[in-house]
Each structure stands twice: as C-alpha cells, then as structure tokens.
Design a protein around this ligand. Structure first.
Ligand SMILES: [Zn+2]
Ligand SMILES: [Zn+2]
Length: 345
C-alpha cells in the first residue's frame, strides 16, 4: 500500500544509500524536453510576471477557517490554463474583444482562472492537514501552513510556484514535503536545481526549503491520507499522474486514460477532470466532448471540470452542462477558482 520507493531528503543532497539510485545532479538549467510543451505550459519568470497582475480575487477565500470535526474539504486554487485567464494578449488586442477575458478582467468573475491546482483540507482527530496538489506559477493560497505538495507532472504550470513556497518555509514552517514521480524529480533537478541542492546557494539567500519524496505509481500515504496515483497520458509518450483520495478522483492533465487506470476510477463520488476547450481535444488535453465521453464511461456521481482555456465561458458552458442533467442525469459542471466542496475522507 505504502510506496516503499520514497526517497525523502531536505535541501542538500545527503549521501544515504537510498539516494545513490538517483542520477547525479546537473547544476545547470535545462529547459528542454518535458519541462516545456504545449498549451497549458509556460516559461517561469515571464508567466510569474503576468500572473502577478492577474491574481484571482476568489483564491482560497476562507481557507484559514477551522473545519468542523470530521469534515474535510477541497478548495479549487486554480482552474485555468498556464497563461491564466484573462489572457494579457486578449486584453491588449486592439482589433477584437475576447468576451471571456473581458469578463474575467472583473474581480470576482468566475471566468478568472489561475493555474490548475487544488487544496485538500483533511480533517484528522489530531488537527487539520493541508495538502496541495501542484504549485503552479504565482501560487496564491491563503492558508497558514502547507503540510505537503503532491505533483501531477513537471510542466511549468504545475511546478512553477515551487519558489513561492519560500514564504511559508522562511516565515511559518521549517520545510514542506514534496511528492513527485522520479521523472518529474529529474526535471526539477534541472529547473529548480537550487531547491534540490541548496549547497549552491549564495550564503544568506533564502529559498524554499523543500523535502523531496520520490513516488511511483503505487498508493502512498501523506499525513494519514492514502493517495492512489492515477497514471494517464498527457500527450503522446508523456505521463502525468491523477490522484485518488477517498472516493474523489482528480485528473487535471490528460489526453488519454490507459485501460489499466479505469479500475482505479470505480465507485467515484466526485471526479475532477481536465476539459480544455469546448469544441475539441488538443494533443495534450481533453476537450469538452471527450471529457463528457469519459464521464459517461467512468460514471462518477458528480463531475467538475478544470483546466479551462478562455474559450470556455463559465455561464454559457454550465448552462449547456445543466441540460445534460435533465436529458441524461449527468451531474456535470465547470469548477471555478475559490470553489469549496465539503468532502468526507
Ligand atoms: Zn481571451
Ligand atoms: Zn501539463
């Protein structure tokens, strides 16, 4: 049940025998291969600059409140593409007006979307526990402590906020455990080499203190919560992980679900799934028609879509989806930044 392949360490690489299986560290930044690709991805500094201008006014409002005993919840931290919604290119276009980005420019509008991420607030007898899935560009989660971050894959909109975690590790808590597949850890050793091996940092400079744990595709436990990886394809030959906890399944970046993953999705109460655009799929993401096909196949009790681009108008698409409840009994809606769903774990 518990993944025995976890390899925990904090900051500087320690020469324990369990670490010798990891590849030697390369102290250079490489932006090749899997760290860059496609629609929902982007370059770290430029994206961070843009998204600093696009902070969602919804994000994790109320996330600091105490949970009632036994009551856990999910908060949608971000539900959009890598560039965020509104797109700066749409807002500055002198020739045409993008209807969704124009609406999204208004604070509080449900079309306003940051990088895809959720927060699990797990209620335990010993106290609450905050587990974040993905730390995208300009992470904005209003929560006092982060007990763990689980990574779906190593595109910039899933790991571009690792630097921003330093606000917590400098000011609130000593470190944050990160759980990532070995392939994604290998990418982080290049993109965030100074967080993996802190011995390269100039004395006095402060970076996030992260404790990296390598996971495989077997179930593992984070602060008493069992997490089951849901391996999926996110473009041809590129693996991403969804995660199941309790009867909730979260798959944020997917273009194909392998046959062997479907049994892990059985008896799903709440499915949170990728739906990039209204008309068709891309090479790396489900579009709405394909996402709905998968919902009909998986048969969850309720579905919330995430990862929407600016062609997905919140009100219009939700109106269309509401009709599926009447015609097919499908409980399917778009999520939005700041949406809170009570859950039982
Ligand atoms: Zn737009
Ligand atoms: Zn991605």
């Amino acid at each position: 049940m518990v993944a025995l392949s976890m390899v925990p360490f904090l900051g500087t690489v320690r020469s324990t025998p369990s670490l010798t299986s990891l590849a030697p560290y390369q102290r250079q930044i490489s932006m090749r291969s899997s760290s860059i690709s496609f629609r929902r991805n982007g370059l770290f500094p430029f994206r961070r600059f843009l998204q600093a201008c696009l902070q969602s006014s919804f994000t994790s409002e109320g996330a600091g409140e105490k949970l009632p005993p036994g009551q856990s919840e999910i908060i949608f931290i971000g539900t959009g593409t890598s560039e965020g919604i509104p797109r700066v290119s749409c807002l500055t276009d002198p020739l045409k007006k993008c209807p969704v980005c124009t609406k999204a420019a208004e604070p509080g509008n449900k079309n306003r979307r940051l990088n895809t991420s959720i927060l699990i607030r797990h209620s335990k007898p010993s106290g609450g526990c905050n587990i974040l899935i993905d730390a995208g560009n300009c992470i904005s989660v209003r929560i006092r402590t982060i007990d763990a971050v689980i990574i779906t894959h190593s595109h910039a909109d899933a790991i571009g906020g690792l630097d921003d975690l330093r606000d917590w590790t400098n000011n609130v808590q000593p470190h944050i455990p990160i759980y990532a597949a070995k392939r994604d850890f290998e990418v982080m050793k290049k993109t965030h080499y100074y967080l993996v091996d802190t011995s390269v940092i100039i004395p006095g400079a402060a970076v996030s203190a992260l404790q990296f744990n390598v996971i495989d595709e077997e179930p593992f436990v984070v602060h008493d919560l069992q997490i089951t990886p849901l391996p999926v394809w996110h473009g041809r030959g590129y693996r991403s992980l969804g995660f199941r906890f309790g009867n909730i399944c979260y798959i944020s970046d997917v273009s194909e679900i392998p046959e062997e993953t479907y049994p892990l999705l059985e008896n799903c109460e709440l499915l949170i799934m990728d739906a990039l655009r209204p008309d068709r799929s891309s090479s790396t993401h489900f579009g709405l028609p394909r996402a709905l096909e998968e919902v009909r196949k998986i048969k969850p009790k309720r579905t919330l879509f995430t990862g929407m681009m600016h062609l997905m108008d919140h009100e219009n698409v939700n109106e269309y989806l509401s009709k599926l409840m009447e015609t097919e009994g499908l409980d399917v809606q778009l999520s939005y930044d700041g949406l809170r769903i009570p859950i039982t774990l």
